[in-house]
Design a protein around this ligand. Structure first.
Ligand code: GUN
Length: 298
C-alpha cells in the first residue's frame, strides 16, 4: 500500500492566517474596527514564553491589536482577577487569553470563570463549554477547531464517519468530541483506562490522538486508510542527533503509522501551527459578534 498523504498543517495555518488578515483589513475599512487580543502570562515558564511571544507576533501580523501582560509568578489571585475584569470592561479588547498552566497557588478555574464568555477566545469558560455541547453559538477551543479544519480539508464531508478521540482533556479531547458530533460523526472517546484500546482505535476512520504519551499509537492500531490527527507534542531523547539532544514526537508512532494510514499529520508541522491561526480566527469572530456585524465565513 502507498504511504499516507502528509497533512501540511503549516501550510493550512498560513492560508488561514492570510484569510483572517484579509477579513481584518475589510473590517477596519468598512467599520473602523480593529480586533484586539489580550494575552496574560504569569510567571516565566520558558515554553509558555515562546507561545505567548508567537501569539503576539502573529496577532500584529494579522493586523490586530495585541495587548501583552507579563506578571510575576508571585502575583496574587485578586490582582490577576482584577486585570481580567479590566479587559472585560475594555471595548478595544475582543479576546482574552490567560496562558495555562498558571503557577502554583493561583486558581485556574476562578480566573477562567472571570473572563467574559463573549471574549473567551480560548473557549475554556464553562459557559463556552455549555454553548458548544448545546449547539449554541459560542467560541470553541483553538486546538480542536484546528483539528476539525484539517479533517474537513482532508476528507470533505465528515457525516457518518466513525471517529475516535483518544484523550479526554478539557483543552482538546472533550471539545473535539463535541465538534465532531456537530459534524454528524459517530464519536467514541477513549482514554488511558479504555479496555482493548488498540481494537477501539482499529475501528476508527478518523483517529485523533491527544493523550500526551510519546509514540503510543502504533501502526497496527490504525485501520488501513484512516485519517490520523496527532495532537501530541512530546520531547524525547534523540541520541542519534548527538549526546543530550532531544526532539519532538507526537502521540502516534509516525514511522509505522504512515505505512497504514490514508492521511496523517506530522509532528511538528501538523496540528501545532493551527492553534494560533484558530486563536486569531476566534478573535476576529468575537470582534464581529460583539458589534452584531456579519461574520466572515472563514
Ligand atoms: N497552554 C497550552 N495550550 C494552551 C491553550 O490552548 N490555551 C491556554 N490558555 N494555555 C495553553
Amino acid at each position: 500500500m502507498a504511504e499516507a498523504t502528509v497533512i501540511d498543517g503549516k501550510a493550512v495555518a498560513a492560508e488561514l492566517r492570510a484569510r483572517v488578515a484579509a477579513e481584518t483589513a475589510l473590517l477596519k475599512e468598512r467599520h473602523g474596527v480593529t480586533p484586539g487580543l489580550a494575552v496574560v502570562l504569569v510567571g516565566d515558564d520558558p515554553a509558555s514564553r515562546v507561545y505567548v511571544a508567537n501569539k503576539a507576533k502573529q496577532t500584529v501580523e494579522a493586523g490586530m491589536a495585541s495587548f501583552e501582560h507579563r506578571l510575576s509568578a508571585a502575583t496574587p489571585q485578586d490582582e490577576l482577577i482584577a486585570l481580567v475584569r479590566q479587559f472585560n470592561a475594555d471595548p478595544t479588547v475582543d479576546g482574552i487569553l490567560v496562558q495555562l498552566p498558571l503557577p502554583g497557588p493561583l486558581d485556574e478555574a476562578a480566573v477562567i470563570a472571570t473572563i467574559d464568555p463573549d471574549k473567551d477566545v480560548d473557549g475554556l469558560h464553562v459557559i463556552s463549554t455549555g454553548r458548544l455541547w448545546s449547539g449554541e453559538e459560542g467560541l470553541a477551543p483553538c486546538t480542536p477547531v484546528g483539528c476539525l479544519i484539517l479533517l474537513k480539508r482532508t476528507l470533505g464531508e465528515l457525516k457518518g464517519k466513525r471517529a475516535l478521540v483518544l484523550g479526554r482533556s478539557r483543552l482538546v479531547g472533550k471539545p473535539l468530541a463535541a465538534l465532531l458530533l456537530g459534524e454528524h460523526c459517530t464519536v467514541t472517546m477513549a482514554h488511558s483506562r479504555t479496555a482493548d484500546l488498540a481494537e477501539e482505535c482499529r475501528r476508527a476512520e478518523i483517529l485523533v490522538a491527544a493523550v500526551g504519551k510519546a509514540r503510543m499509537v502504533k501502526g497496527d492500531w490504525i485501520r488501513p486508510g484512516a485519517t490520523v490527527i496527532d495532537v501530541g507534542i512530546n520531547r524525547v531523547p534523540a541520541p542519534e542527533l548527538g549526546e543530550g539532544k532531544t526532539r519532538l514526537v507526537g502521540d502516534v508512532d509516525y514511522e509505522s503509522a504512515v505505512k497504514v494510514a490514508g492521511a496523517i499529520t506530522p509532528v511538528p508541522g501538523g496540528v501545532g501551527p493551527m492553534t494560533i491561526a484558530c486563536l486569531l480566527r476566534n478573535t476576529l469572530i468575537a470582534a464581529c459578534r460583539r458589534r452584531a456585524l456579519p461574520e466572515p465565513a472563514i
